[in-house]
Design a protein around this ligand. Structure first.
Ligand SMILES: Cc1cc2nc3c(=O)[nH]c(=O)nc-3n(C[C@H](O)[C@H](O)[C@H](O)COP(=O)(O)OP(=O)(O)OC[C@H]3O[C@@H](n4cnc5c(N)ncnc54)[C@H](O)[C@@H]3O)c2cc1C
Length: 418
């Protein structure tokens, strides 16, 4: 079996992986190899033929494919070696990777590895929707890849399930391809993304149906109709020729599941400290793998930060994880948070780190705080929506030195959320 080595291997060539690779190369780290399983690097934006991308990175609004190729060009200009068609099949202790490539299976050994495999939408199989298995059922990602990369029109009148930002991306993709969705549905009373987007389906000739659930998909060869159920339990039939399951993102952590790295049960992502360092200190993680789902610009900025930590780790100037304080919560409303450990002493991250990143499962308002065994360390009032990023700053490292563990507490207010 072919074997090679490098200083840093980056798994995944989306905005976060490209940012880590480019920044490391800019810092003068030699031997940075980026591994991407697809035939082109660029990640999800490659499929998104719409804006907005690139404002943070290039100070202009760009469409996904142009943005992705500009990130790739920049990485190459700085000397990053990009290997496409190289899927990482296995990760092991001491930086050992097994790659599946067009030329067969290879071994690669790296001093440090950064995993940036992103996230994916929850497909039909995991949503337990009953009915037949006809053609025309897909996620937004699959729809975008068909429309923008293969120039195909998979249906004419699909149903879109979900009202996250990505669901509106599905709506715009349909418009681009001359597809008019019959409706967008959600089982909540308000759309998940910004309320201002609620006018868009109607403007594009589709209905927006709230408090409605998809019960069944019907059709022999192709989708012919769906059965939907309203909050009162009434079932009605809707004619359509496809179904797009949008959003409900989960971490793309198949690689982690079969490995020695610790997995965080809430997020389904690798457990990391504030440096993005995994339970094996040779491994780091970054991007939407850690926090499904954020914008490309946010993941890119995180990639730059993680690159600084990886470089410090190569130089052995990153604070060692001598003593880690675990972060916990018992709040039923907190869907996940990251990082799950704070490594001490930390004289490094205060200048860089945005703090704890959280997601809530419901629309709520109340007080969010971080406490140690004795006192409330930081806290503020918040108003949250599901799938929106919530930040909680970390206190100065000196005030954590005596902590055994930290707890995130959320106390919902009794006032009704407007
Ligand atoms: C439909 C849709 C529309 C969006 N629209 C916008 C928008 O308009 N603006 C915006 O800012 N953001 C948008 N986003 C979000 C944006 O795409 C993400 O924030 C960004 O792509 C995350 O970057 P990433 O590098 O973490 O992950 P990804 O972009 O998902 O990249 C991960 C990469 O890892 C590769 N990979 C996975 N496993 C392996 C493996 N085992 N071996 C090798 N390679 C592997 C994948 O092929 C992929 O290229 C959208 C997302 C979706 C799904």
């Amino acid at each position: 079996m072919k074997a090679s080595s490098c200083r840093v291997a980056i798994v995944g060539g989306g905005p976060s992986g490209l940012a880590v690779a480019t920044e490391l190369a800019k810092m003068g780290v030699d031997g940075v190899v980026l591994l991407e399983r697809e035939q082109d690097a660029g990640g999800i934006p490659r499929h998104c033929g719409h804006s907005p991308f690139g404002f943070r990175e290039f100070h202009r609004i760009m469409k996904g494919p142009g943005y992705a190729s500009r990130l790739v060009r920049r990485a190459q200009q700085h000397g990053v070696s990009i290997r496409t068609g190289a899927s990482v099949a296995k990760i092991a202790p001491a930086g050992g990777l097994v790659l599946s490539t067009d030329d067969g299976v290879e071994r690669l050994k790296a001093e440090k590895i950064v995993i940036c495999t992103g996230n994916r939408e929850t497909p039909r199989s995991a949503r337990l929707v009953s009915g037949s298995r006809p053609l025309g059922v897909m996620t937004t990602g699959a729809l975008q890849s068909m429309v923008y990369l293969k120039h195909r029109r998979p249906f004419k009148r699909p149903l879109i399930v979900g009202t996250e930002l990505v669901s509106f991306s599905a709506l715009l993709t349909c418009r681009h391809a001359g597809i008019r969705p019959v409706a967008m549905i959600d089982n909540q009373s308000r759309i998940t993304t910004w309320q201002a987007a609620a006018w868009l389906p109607r403007l594009l000739g589709s209905r927006l149906l709230m408090n409605v659930e998809l019960d069944e998909i019907c059709g022999r060869e192709r989708v012919e109709s769906v059965k939907i159920r309203d909050a009162a339990g009434r079932v009605s039939s809707l004619d359509c020729d496809g179904v797009v399951f949008s959003g409900n993102f989960v971490a793309e952590s198949s690689l982690i599941r079969g490995s020695h790295l610790e997995l965080d049960a809430r997020s389904g992502a690798p457990a990391v400290d504030q440096f993005g360092r995994c339970s094996d200190a040779d491994y780091f993680a970054c991007g939407n793998l850690l926090h499904p789902v954020d914008t490309a610009g946010w993941c890119w900025a995180e990639g730059q930060r993680i690159a600084a930590y990886v470089s410090a780790s190569l130089d052995q100037t990153l604070p060692p994880a001598e003593r880690s304080v675990t972060v916990e919560t018992e709040s039923p409303w907190i869907k996940y948070f990251t990082p799950q450990r704070i490594a001490l002493p930390d004289s490094f991250s205060a200048y860089y780190h945005p703090g704890l990143q959280l997601r809530f499962s419901e629309k709520l308002q109340g007080r969010l705080s971080l406490c140690d065994e004795h006192r409330n360390l930081v806290g503020h009032k918040i108003r949250v929506q599901p799938e929106r990023r919530v930040l909680l700053s970390l206190p100065a490292s000196e005030s954590l030195s005596a902590c055994e563990s930290l707890t995130i507490e959320f106390t919902p207010s009794l006032e009704k959320v407007p």
